[in-house]
Design a protein around this ligand. Structure first.
Ligand code: PEP
Ligand code: MN
Length: 264
């Protein structure tokens, strides 16, 4: 018998919880003010309430785009104000934690930082909600142990995220571990969202994984949407364009309806 999913409230609004499938959408990275405001406008018109975009990017290759950094937070704040969106954005380490905390509604701790006890402890002391991604090399046990660095400090507004693990398979970027997802849901009552973009790594598979995530009973999606994927500065292969996302969002709503789940 599965558990009742914990409700995560932001500004007194239930954003995650039982029978809610919450879609957090936006580009991988903040690239420019125009890009952020254009995309935020389009997504909010579709009904999206939580906008994702990283401005401190933990790239593997230091020669690649590293994000708009502090300036990006200011553009995200503009998107929040203009379109009434909540913002999820990533902190990569303690050097940018305070800034990200100040500007975000949900603090994202990415896969690579999942093993950073100091960062998780700091997030545990925050009054903001935290989304903790599973590292691609972490077992479910390790992931749930690291989660305790946050909860033991008193922060129970946590969203978990399965974003793919590394396996022998190299044709997709990672392997979405839905078995691990089911174990996580069995062992915790925190909402578990799926990241179809980083797990698949190719846009053609992203709608399939996203529809499956609704049927799976996940708590939502963290998905990359770019107004011009070919020219995205980061993760261009895996981003849906706005029309592709709009179609998918409708399909997910229809699947949710058959299950008594509200896709928002
Ligand atoms: C991201 O969501 O932009 C990201 C960097 O993902 P991950 O931490 O899963 O690699
Ligand atoms: Mn990305």
């Amino acid at each position: 018998m599965s558990k009742i999913t914990k409700t995560i409230k932001i500004d007194d609004k239930d954003l995650f919880g039982e029978n809610i499938f919450r879609v957090m959408a936006g580009p991988c990275a903040v690239e420019s003010r125009d890009q952020i405001l254009y995309t935020a406008d389009k997504l909010s018109k579709l009904g999206i309430e939580i906008f994702r975009a990283g401005t401190f990017k933990p790239r593997v290759d230091p020669e690649t785009y590293q994000g708009a950094r502090e300036q990006g937070l200011i553009w995200l704040a503009e998107a929040r104000k203009d379109f009434g969106l909540k913002i999820i954005t990533e902190t990569t380490d303690l050097s940018n934690f305070d800034l990200v905390e100040e500007y975000s509604d949900i603090i994202q701790i990415g896969a690579k930082a999942m093993y950073n006890p100091a960062l998780l402890t700091k997030a545990g002391k925050s009054s903001k909600a935290v989304l903790l991604k599973r590292h691609f090399g972490a077992t479910v046990d390790e992931y749930l142990k690291m989660l305790k660095y946050i909860t033991k400090e008193g922060n129970n507004s946590v969203i978990l995220c399965e974003r793919g693990i590394r396996t022998f398979e190299t044709s997709s970027r990672f392997t979405l571990d839905l078995c691990g997802g089911a174990v996580i849901q069995e062992r915790t009552d925190f909402p578990l969202v799926i990241d179809p973009s980083h797990s698949m790594g190719h846009s053609y598979g992203v709608p399939k994984l996203s529809r499956a995530a609704v049927a799976f009973g996940a708590g939502g999606l963290l998905i990359e949407v770019h107004h011009d994927p070919k020219n995205a500065l980061c993760d261009s292969q895996q981003a849906l364009n706005i029309d592709e996302f709009a179609k998918l969002y409708k399909e997910m709503k229809a699947i949710g309806e058959t299950m008594g789940i509200t896709v928002k």
